[in-house]
Ligand binder design. Sequence first.
Ligand code: 5GP
Ligand code: ZN
Length: 118
Amino acid sequence: MSECIFCQIADKEMDAAVVYEDDAVMAFDDIMPQAPVHTLIIPKEHHAHIGDAVSAETLLALFAAVPKVAEIKGVAESGYRVIVNNGDDAAQTVGHLHVHVMGGRQMAHGMVRFSDET
Ligand code: 5GP
Ligand code: ZN
């Protein structure tokens, strides 16, 4: 079994609330949602980061899944934020590339909060 939790979810070795799946990607709800809609989209193939030899085909599959997930989760019309935390300074906590799709509530302007700010 892989040590990577998102590989375990992709391999169906770990449970997740799956929202969408195709040959290349899987989307599932975040276990600790930070918005009413908070879904993660992962490539089934393990890549730690966006620069980790991810093929153009996989990147396309990841981003092509975004509007599909938004439609399924009911935020396609209301809008949503798409976030990729990449590496340490971005506070990436799971080392398997993933796209956050977040929505369901009006967000404030500004996307970044630094760790030395309250
Ligand atoms: P990151 O901070 O790496 O961009 O985001 C990782 C996300 O994965 C976090 O929002 C966290 O709540 C979520 N997460 C961590 N472990 C699990 C898990 O086992 N299952 C699910 N569904 N989400 C997870
Ligand atoms: Zn992985």
